[in-house]
Design a protein around this ligand. Structure first.
Ligand code: SF4
Ligand code: SF4
Ligand code: SF4
Length: 423
């Protein structure tokens, strides 16, 4: 084991290998408040990358309904329980936040790597605490779809009681869209006895070498997010490949510029924004103030990692849903939840402009600038004054090419009279 720095935990932790970081890391932000569970992302991925018999179990991208849904079933609840059993009452956070090095304070509990050291069984130690889901748990990706909490059998009227209001709803569910997090400390990679999993030095995308894989499924056991998938027909493991040809700029549609992945580009709800962030030698993020992902994670602090306490330093970030009870969200996204929701629900001028970048353009935006426009609206939102300005945000690719320009106020297009009756 090596001591590596995990900035999401605000401390060093044990990891089976030394840290090795790319200069630019694949990362993304999903705005859960906008996901409509349409599964366009899921199908975009499947129709691009998976084929032939056996593809029916290859859900590299999936969208599950929380709190009851999950693919494989109950993946997160089961791991949280395992961690709790090994460290009862100890999975807590404290300490003051510190910019870039410890933005959520410090995690005092055990990561999956640290917990594994305490959990030596008859078969020996695991590299990461985990479990192998059963075939039944892998069988169907959409169990409990659209099932809300707060209504028990015989109490159907509670669904329709009305009066739901922020900050929390009594009856709630939300869609959690998931892909591989291309973690900085991948548990899948740590656990593979064949060294068949690697992290690309050029962009940090985590890939399985299918020539080396022998289907031992140690990665499936170790990945806390259960994002490696064993394909029975080929007897090797598959996973999200981060659409690396697009990220490299090899999709002809991008004219040579890096493009966002297929699942990002196909998202109907415009909840997704993907790009590359610059890293320091220790894996912390290099200051890059006008990179939209840097801004959302480290400046506005509205986007949070999924289950940071697992310790893999996932590179997927989520803007948490506003209406969901906070204790549920805190165990899922860590202690940054309250601040993130406060800022998202009362966005300032810059945040409102940056949120317009989601889903507007397929090419990767590495830098933005904002041109100020006139005030168009003013009101009071839950006791606070809110003003909206019709600012324009312009996004540039890494080489300075302008790739997107859009305004805060959505443009209105009036159909010419000559098309009035056409379909
Ligand atoms: S999410 Fe899982 S499969 Fe993806 S890099 Fe992290 S540990 Fe590996
Ligand atoms: S990034 Fe590409 S490979 Fe990964 S889930 Fe999305 S579409 Fe599929
Ligand atoms: S395409 Fe977008 S809105 Fe639809 S389910 Fe996927 S993430 Fe959600």
């Amino acid at each position: 084991m090596s001591a590596v720095y995990n900035w999401q935990l605000g401390r060093e932790m044990e990891y089976p290998y030394d840290g090795a970081f790319p200069d630019r890391q694949f990362a993304f932000v999903f705005n859960i408040n906008r996901c409509i569970g349409c599964q366009s992302c899921t199908m975009a991925c499947k129709s691009t990358w998976t084929f032939s018999k056996g593809q029916e179990y290859m859900w590299w991208n999936n969208v599950e309904t929380k709190p009851y849904g999950g693919y494989p079933q109950h993946w997160d609840v089961k791991l949280l329980q395992l961690l709790e059993q090994l460290n009862p009452g100890g999975q807590t956070w404290n300490g003051a936040p510190q910019a870039l090095k410890a933005p959520y304070g410090q995690f005092k509990g055990q990561t999956v790597f640290e917990a594994a050291l305490k959990n030596v069984s008859a078969e020996g130690a695991q590299q990461a605490l985990g479990y192998l889901p059963t075939d039944e748990e892998w069988a169907a990706p959409n169990r409990y779809e659209d099932n809300p909490t707060g209504a028990e059998k015989g109490q159907k009227s509670r669904y329709f009681a009305g009066g739901e209001s922020l900050p929390q709803h009594k009856t709630w569910f939300f869609y959690l869209a998931r892909i591989c997090n291309h973690c900085s400390y991948p548990a899948c990679l740590a656990a593979c006895p064949r060294n068949a999993i690697y992290k690309r030095p050029e962009d940090g995308i985590v890939l399985v070498d299918q020539e080396r894989c022998r289907g031992y499924r140690k990665c499936m056991e170790a990945c806390p997010y259960k994002k490696t998938l064993y394909r029975g027909t080929t007897r090797v493991t598959e996973k999200c490949i981060g659409c690396f040809p697009r990220v490299e700029g090899r999709d002809p549609a991008g004219g040579g510029l890096p493009m966002q992945t297929r699942c990002m580009a196909a998202c109907v709800g415009h909840i997704r924004l993907q790009g590359l962030v610059q890293l320091n030698q220790d894996g912390t993020w290099k200051e890059d103030r006008y990179n939209p992902l840097y801004y959302l994670v480290h400046v506005a602090k509205v986007a949070l990692p999924l289950y940071p306490q697992f310790g893999t330093e996932p590179n997927g970030y989520y803007i948490p849903p506003r209406w969901v009870p906070r204790p549920y969200l805190r165990q899922m996204f860590g202690p940054g939840v309250d601040g993130a929701i406060e800022r998202y629900a009362n966005p300032d001028r810059e945040l409102l402009a940056v949120l317009q970048l989601f889903g507007k353009e397929q090419r990767i935006c590495s830098r933005y600038e904002i041109k100020e426009g006139p005030k168009i609206f003013e009101t009071e939102v839950r006791g606070k004054r809110f003003a909206m300005y019709n600012d324009t945000i312009v996004g540039y690719a890494h080489d300075g090419t302008k790739v997107v320009e859009t305004t805060v106020e959505e443009p209105v297009h009036i159909r010419p009279d000559k098309h009035a009756n056409s379909i």
